[in-house]
Every structure is written in structure tokens, then in C-alpha cells.
Design a protein around this ligand. Structure first.
Ligand SMILES: Nc1ncnc2c1ncn2[C@@H]1O[C@H](COP(=O)(O)OP(=O)(O)OP(=O)(O)O)[C@@H](O)[C@H]1O
Ligand SMILES: [Mg+2]
Length: 384
């Protein structure tokens, strides 16, 4: 019972009303008890004394009521009524005062957390995302305060991410823009010769910029979950073949041995073929990008329960253990100095891959023995 009251605001309000009524009745009873003798003496006692019959008789005559005998009887009745009204007047005043005090106290206790919530929400509306409400008790208002704090936490996190994103995007855009500006200034000043090679460099920087903008657009789309999946059974071998074909030129350019190792009896997976190919191409492109010339990149797959795990293993630069957990965070790069221009990227590819795999209900993770020992990126997707 106590637990129920503690957890329900409705029960607390009913109890508060009940308390006001009970306290009111007690105050009424006590006041009447205190006032009645003096009121009696003032009205009925005096009237009885006037008739010379004493108080006992006075009452006896008064019992005749308003329709009783004229003169003394009417006087007694009127005095009796006046006595009652006087007692009631005092009692009612005391009751109203007591009820007001108790109601004020109780409503303050109930309204106080709502006020705190209003105050905190005003702070948040003004951009102060650190504001929280102290949660006391377990009733609906305490639950509301808990939800409010959770919402404030999420907003604060979103705001931090937004600021971080703007900072990161600005940084990423500045690098190629500075480069293009440098080339142009060199051309204008005559320091750089206007040769096809110079124009080609400018074109490459503009191309990087354009790819970065495309990636950012894709990132915002997948992060906002603003894409739909056309899910149907897909043969893993077919998506591996597509990936190998698409990346063959890049692998050949770096003399990397790009191949696959698939068991024959692999069940089809339930996926959006284009999206899951995008994931695999992303992982394999990374493997080629972060593997020195002459290395090897292998795509393998295997069934584990009701899912198929697809892995891309390379003999590349590897990943130090402290970085493994952050690779799927946007703009995260192990080697910050490797920008797109220096053979690195902007740290968006794996974030997009993670969102796409998670949209399929799967997982994606990385593993590496350490620097220089290659790495393996694996994702899982449910079978049909
Ligand atoms: N196969 C790999 N071997 C070693 N490091 C890797 C490998 N794949 C990814 N990484 C590390 O993870 C980081 C994030 O990879 P991600 O694909 O998200 O971004 P990126 O390759 O830097 O740029 P882009 O957005 O152009 O793909 C890379 O910068 C790199 O440091
Ligand atoms: Mg990449």
C-alpha cells in the first residue's frame, strides 16, 4: 500500500485531499468545543437569566422552537440560533485557515518538482544543455524528471557531436581548398608553370573535394537513417565477385594479390545487394589502401549459426590495439597526418559501413595483431 502511494501521484493527491478534510474536521470540532460554552453564556445564558428561570429552564422553554410561545420562547430560539452561528463562524474561519495552510504546504510539495522541471527546460531551451533535475522519489513526476534528464543528456551529446562535426568538416574541406588555392596563386604569380601536370594536380584536388562532399552527403543520409533497404536473398559469392571485379584495377596498380576464399555450401544472406556490396567494397578498398605494394588481400566467408560472417583480411600496416575500438567513429583515423592527399582518407568510410550493416541487423568489427601485422575487418548478416 505504502509502495503504491509512493509510486503514484494520483494516490498522493487523493491522500492530500483527505488530509485537508480530516484536519479541517478536527479543527472544526475543537473550535466548536472551545467556542460553544462562551457562546452559550453570551446568548442563551443571558436570555434565560432575563426570564429568571436559569439556564436549564431557558433551554426547556427554548425547545418550544420558533413556533412556540411568544416572547421568552422566541428570544430563546433566536439566542440559540445566534449562539450556533457564532460558534460556527469561528469554527469555519479556523477551518478555512487550517485547510488553506495544509493545502498550501501539500501543493508546494507537489508543485516544487514541476517548477524545477520548468526551470530546467527553460535553461535547455536557451542552449544550456548541462542543466539536470534532481530526481527524488519514484512517482510519475520523478519518472518524468528521469526522462527529462535522459533527454537533456541526449541533447547535450547531439550538440557536442554537431559541434565536433562542424569542426571536422571544416578541417576536411580546408585541406583540399588550401591546396587548390596554393596552385592557383602559384599560377597567377608565375611560380608554377601552366603545364598540363599543374592543371591535373588542381583537377585531382577538386576531385577529392567532390568525393569528400559526396561522402559527407552519404554519411548524413545513413546517420539520419534516410535510406530504405531492398532486402532479398543474395548469394555471397556474387557480391564477392562484384567486389573483386570493381577493385581489380586498384589492386593491380599496387601489385596486390586480391582474392577470395569461400566455402561451396554457403547459404544466401538476406540483404540489400547494392548496400551490402557497398560495405564489402569499402572494406576491401581500405585493405588495398592500407597495404603496401606486393601485399595480399583476401575476402573469406563462413556460416556461424543463423548468420554469415564475411571477412576482409590483409597483410597491410595493421592497427595498434588502442585504436581498434574507435575505427567506426566518424572522422577517426589511426594516422591523423595521412589526409586524402597523402594516401589516407577522411575517416568516413567505416562509419557508413557500420550504419549499413546495422541497418541489416548485423554487426561489424575489426581485429589486428598490431602494427605491421595486417588486419581483418568482419561483418555479419543473417541468412535466409
Ligand atoms: N585495412 C586497414 N588496415 C589498417 N588500417 C585501417 C584499415 N582500414 C581502416 N583503417 C584505419 O581506419 C581508419 C578509418 O577508416 P575509414 O575507411 O573510415 O576512413 P578512411 O579510409 O581514412 O577514409 P575514407 O572515408 O575515404 O574511407 C583509417 O583512417 C585507417 O587508419
Ligand atoms: Mg576508407
Amino acid at each position: 500500500m505504502l509502495k503504491y502511494i509512493r509510486e503514484h501521484l494520483g494516490a498522493k493527491l487523493v491522500l492530500a485531499n483527505l488530509a485537508v478534510i480530516i484536519i479541517g474536521v478536527i479543527v472544526l470540532a475543537i473550535t466548536i468545543q472551545l467556542i460553544i460554552p462562551s457562546a452559550y453564556d453570551r446568548h442563551l445564558g443571558n436570555a434565560s437569566a432575563g426570564t429568571g428561570t436559569g439556564s436549564g429552564q431557558g433551554l426547556g422553554q427554548g425547545a418550544g422552537g420558533p413556533s412556540g410561545a411568544q416572547g421568552t420562547g422566541r428570544t430563546l430560539f433566536e439566542n440559540f440560533r445566534a449562539g450556533i452561528f457564532e460558534a460556527f463562524g469561528y469554527a469555519a474561519t479556523a477551518l478555512v485557515a487550517a485547510a488553506l495552510l495544509v493545502s498550501l504546504f501539500l501543493s508546494r510539495r507537489i508543485v516544487a518538482p514541476v517548477r524545477k522541471l520548468t526551470d530546467a527546460s527553460q535553461h535547455i531551451a536557451e542552449g544550456d544543455y548541462e542543466k539536470r533535475v534532481k530526481v527524488q522519489g519514484v512517482d510519475e513526476i520523478a519518472q518524468l524528471a528521469g526522462c527529462f534528464n535522459h533527454m537533456a543528456g541526449q541533447l547535450e551529446q547531439a550538440e557536442t557531436l554537431r559541434r565536433q562535426l562542424i569542426g571536422d568538416v571544416t578541417h576536411e574541406l580546408r585541406t583540399p581548398l588550401t591546396s587548390i588555392k596554393g596552385y592557383m596563386e602559384g599560377l597567377v604569380d608565375g611560380v608554377l608553370p601552366p603545364t598540363p601536370e599543374t592543371f591535373n594536380q588542381i583537377h585531382q584536388e577538386a576531385d577529392r573535394l567532390s568525393r569528400l562532399v559526396d561522402d559527407l552527403q552519404e554519411l548524413s543520409r545513413v546517420e539520419a537513417k534516410a535510406f530504405s533497404l531492398d532486402v532479398h536473398p543474395v548469394a555471397v559469392s556474387s557480391l564477392v565477385q562484384t567486389t573483386l571485379k570493381r577493385l581489380a584495377p586498384q589492386a593491380a596498380a599496387k601489385r596486390i594479390d586480391l582474392g577470395s576464399d569461400l566455402p561451396a555450401d554457403l547459404p544466401p544472406i538476406l540483404a540489400d545487394e547494392d548496400r551490402i556490396t557497398q560495405v564489402l567494397v569499402n572494406l576491401a578498398a581500405n585493405a588495398i589502401q592500407y597495404t603496401p605494394e606486393g601485399g595480399r588481400v583476401t575476402i573469406s566467408a563462413g556460416q556461424h549459426g543463423d548468420e554469415v560472417q564475411v571477412a576482409v583480411t590483409d597483410t597491410g600496416i595493421g592497427i595498434p590495439p588502442e585504436h581498434i575500438g574507435n575505427l567506426f567513429t566518424r572522422f577517426y583515423r589511426v594516422d591523423k597526418s595521412r589526409s586524402r592527399g597523402a594516401g589516407g582518407g577522411s575517416g568516413i568510410g567505416l562509419t557508413i559501413a557500420r550504419h549499413l550493416v546495422e541497418a541489416h541487423g548485423g554487426r561489424i568489427w575489426a581485429g589486428s595483431e598490431g602494427e605491421g601485422k595486417g588486419s581483418t575487418f568482419t561483418f555479419s548478416v543473417k541468412t535466409c
